[in-house]
Design a protein around this ligand. Structure first.
Ligand code: CMC
Length: 395
């Protein structure tokens, strides 16, 4: 049909110019604003990474203090949020709840709703980064029927999140530095990943000039799917299923199912549209996973052993080798989160918490681009030719 290029799944179409994240899928390289993920994961923390993604560079000492003050100034959410949350069933999926809560933020901040105003976008960015941990922890507390814990601004970003999750008014909670650092690393590794499905959703949604909080809620909704952010939950469920089948001894049998295209079974946490080599995030996550299990005395964690066995077989198997399928970030992140007490159903919400900065940085970049236009893909129409409506009795 000539006029438009047909490219389902955007396999070969660039939707934008971007200066934020660079991926070399063949080398297995990931850079945020030019800095290798391996250096950021070791030398910086998540809030440094947020500064980098939002403003283009790592903060100096003064910028670091100012940025942290600004974020912590916004960690509480409006008290009315509790009543909104109360409308959900307690067993609602946290991602259903998060889609609602983030969308609801759009109703609270009338001073930052103009996406075309850079100051509005800036304050919306700070609010989102600051409030996501509070919202995820509230969703969790609601699901277990415990009182909400207010944020504590003297704690680190990850430390505050763990406290809001696991402290109660009867008992405070202290987190070990190893665990705090592991969670912070999960946040860094998930902070941005160029034009993935949820980020593209945020850009497309924001391109209509909508409320910035609403655009981020669209990203949360997209992330939920098992082919994207939902893979961490799906991966852990898969490992638990294999464990229930008989564990490491059953890996071969499970792999045969995966290789049988009719089974519809995929090895979750494996494969990536861009990485055709080891996902560098998966390497870092595997290291963190080992550290956390040692810290918690869970070196013999059966799911970790199972994951290692699966990985080994997959990396040697012709099916996986031919298709260049390697573990992705979600393969080990679920094991870490489970070990530190985070329920499986909350994994994707934690991914959303971390990806929020990427979404908002990408949204800001799009709006500030002089070439930006409303996103409006074309189609190749393959339906019925023009025809006349028949009277009901003749149809
Ligand atoms: N297990 C088994 N086979 C697979 C897998 C897998 N996980 N992933 C891809 N394949 C096969 C697929 O069947 C196809 O085979 P063939 O060429 O014979 O038809 C080939 O590999 C290419 O797959 P594709 O579906 O065309 O690749 P894609 O780029 O469209 O999909 C993906 C990428 C991530 C959706 C896919 O690899 C997948 O479903 N993985 C499992 C889910 C997952 O772990 N997702 C998290 C991605 S990383 C975090 C994030 O970005 O959210």
């Amino acid at each position: 049909t000539g006029k438009f290029t047909y490219d389902p799944g955007f396999l070969s179409t660039a939707s934008c110019n971007s200066t934020i994240t660079y991926i070399d899928g063949d080398k297995g390289e990931l850079l945020y604003r030019g800095y290798p993920i391996e250096q950021l994961a070791v030398q910086c923390d998540f809030l440094d990474t947020c500064h980098l993604l939002l403003y283009g560079d790592l903060p100096n000492v003064e910028q670091r203090t100012t940025f942290r003050k600004r974020v912590t100034n916004h960690t509480m959410v409006n008290e009315q949020m509790q009543f909104f949350l109360r409308g959900f069933r307690r067993d609602a999926h946290p991602m259903a709840v998060m889609t609602g809560l983030v969308g609801a933020l759009s109703a609270f901040y009338h001073d930052s709703t103009d996406i075309n105003n850079p100051e509005h976008r800036e304050i919306a960015a700070i609010r989102l980064i600051a409030k996501m941990p509070t919202l995820v922890a509230m969703a969790y507390k609601y699901s277990v029927g415990q009182p909400y814990m207010y944020p504590r601004n003297e704690l680190s970003y990850a430390g505050n999140f763990m406290r809001m999750m696991f402290a109660t008014p009867c008992e405070d909670y202290t987190v070990s530095p190893v665990i705090e650092r592991a969670l912070d690393r999960i946040f860094i590794l998930h902070a941005d990943h160029e034009q993935n499905a949820s980020t593209s959703t945020v850009r497309l949604c924001g391109s209509s000039g909508t409320n910035p909080f609403a655009a981020i809620a669209a990203g949360v909704a997209c992330l939920w799917g098992p082919a994207h952010g939902g893979a961490n939950e799906a991966c852990l469920n898969m490992l638990e299923e294999i464990q229930a089948m008989g564990g490491v001894a059953k890996v071969g049998e499970f792999m045969n199912q995966v290789k049988d295209k009719n089974s519809g079974v995929r090895l979750m946490g494996f494969g990536h549209r861009v990485y055709k080599n080891y996902d560098p995030r998966a390497k870092l996550m595997q290291e963190t996973c080992k550290e956390v299990l040692v810290e918690l005395g869970l070196e013999n964690d059966p799911l970790f052993k199972l994951a290692m066995a699966l990985e080994k077989i997959a990396l040697e198997d012709d099916y996986f080798v031919a298709r260049k399928l390697y573990p992705n970030v979600d393969f080990y992140s679920g094991i870490v989160q489970r070990a530190i007490g985070i329920p499986v159903s909350l994994f994707t919400a934690i991914f959303a918490l971390a990806r929020t900065v990427g979404w908002i940085a990408q949204l800001n970049e799009m709006i500030a681009d002089p070439e930006y236009k409303i996103g409006r893909p074309r189609q190749l129409f393959v339906g019925a030719a023009k025809r006349d409506v028949k009277p009901l009795a003749e149809r």
